[in-house]
Design a binder for this molecule. Structure first.
Ligand code: ADP
Ligand code: MG
Length: 322
């Protein structure tokens, strides 16, 4: 099977590559063409996943397809953008048809869940890696950025934290657990659900937002720096799922929530008066702290006393973390 037959069979013919709203021209030409309604801006994000770094070398292609797109779509959620389209640059060691079928199916499932159309890409031979770019639309000036948090705002997250980090030893088969514990945690690792509806609802309300991908404390540091404020995180208010607590106990579960990556939950700052409306519509939303004047991130215990920050946040080049 040549490159063009591969593209046609597994990608151009995929359900997610068919005609879609906002896509004037899809796969097959030199560029795709996207339509943007008047008064809207294009939100763009790219993520690369490399075998052995971002996912285990031996993993199910279906799960990888699902997860790769979820990771990218989560960036659109974090900006409050409405998903439009994505491109896929795929580097493959060989054209294994079972692998391609599984991967394309996983991709199509997540694309349908997110409302994203596949509009192009590139296909090359080499060690397995994926680069996805996602495109979304957002009313001009209304995107959620990291830079607007103000003293007095609440710090909130869109749901339980630490599940994916807790699942990692299960993913890597370094550890086993009963199915009722392992299944929901593995689901959170392999098929995180980008919080797209929450992100869009937060437009005009949240003062800053991002998706938690590097670990809560590290990501809070990004908001603190961009906004020029201090973020206070209360350890006892971290939302922890029942399976994570059952697997690890409270202390280790808290450590996963604070330092583990891959949650893809939204973390955002919100003026307190706006909280009740969001709590009504998003029961999983949790207030985990607040914004104060100052700089950096502080972790507080149940008494409000400052705790030492664990080292955390994955960085590809060097281990320094401030
Ligand atoms: P070009 O040489 O003009 O860059 P290619 O031969 O790489 O075009 O690709 C042909 C068409 O197939 C283009 O529209 C491209 O966007 C699309 N394409 C290539 N690889 C993929 C892929 N993995 N997924 C989706 N579309 C792809
Ligand atoms: Mg090309």
């Amino acid at each position: 099977m040549g490159e063009f037959e591969l593209i046609r069979r597994y990608f151009a013919a995929a359900p997610c590559a068919q005609a879609a709203e906002g896509v004037a021209l899809g796969i097959g030409d030199d560029c795709a063409l996207l339509d943007l309604p008047p008064g809207e801006q294009l939100a763009v994000s790219t993520d690369t996943l490399v075998a052995g770094v971002h996912f285990p070398d031996a993993c199910e292609a279906f799960l990888l397809g699902q997860r790769a797109l979820a990771v990218s779509a989560s960036d659109l959620a974090a900006m409050g953008a409405t998903p439009l389209a994505f491109t896929l640059a795929l580097t493959l060691p060989c054209a294994d048809e079972d692998w391609l079928r599984g991967f394309a199916d996983g991709l199509a499932l997540m694309a349908a869940a997110c409302g994203l159309a596949l509009v192009g890409g590139d296909t090359t031979r080499g060690p397995l890696s994926l680069t996805l770019s996602v495109f979304g639309r957002v009313p001009r000036g209304q995107a959620l950025t990291r830079s607007g948090a103000r003293p007095g705002d609440l710090l909130c997250v869109g749901g339980s934290l630490g599940d994916a980090a807790g699942a990692l030893p299960l993913v890597l088969r370094e550890r086993r657990a009963a199915a009722r514990i392992a299944r929901p945690l593995l689901e959170r690792y392999w098929a995180p659900q980008p919080q797209l509806a929450l992100g869009q609802a937060l437009r005009g309300s949240a003062t800053a937002a991002l998706d938690v991908s590097d670990g809560l404390l590290a990501d809070c540091g990004h908001i603190a720096r961009a906004s020029g404020v201090a973020l206070l995180v209360e350890r006892e208010r971290l939302p922890l799922s029942a399976p994570l607590l059952a697997l690890l106990g409270r202390e280790a579960a808290q450590a996963c929530a604070l330092g583990g990556g891959d949650d893809y939950r939204l973390a955002f700052t919100l003026p307190p008066s706006l909280l009740p409306a969001f709590q009504r519509d998003w029961p999983e939303l949790a207030v985990i702290g607040r914004v104060e004047a100052g700089a950096g991130v502080q972790l507080l215990d149940a008494q409000g006393l400052s705790l030492d920050l664990p080292a955390g946040g994955y960085q590809h080049f060097g281990a320094t973390h401030d």
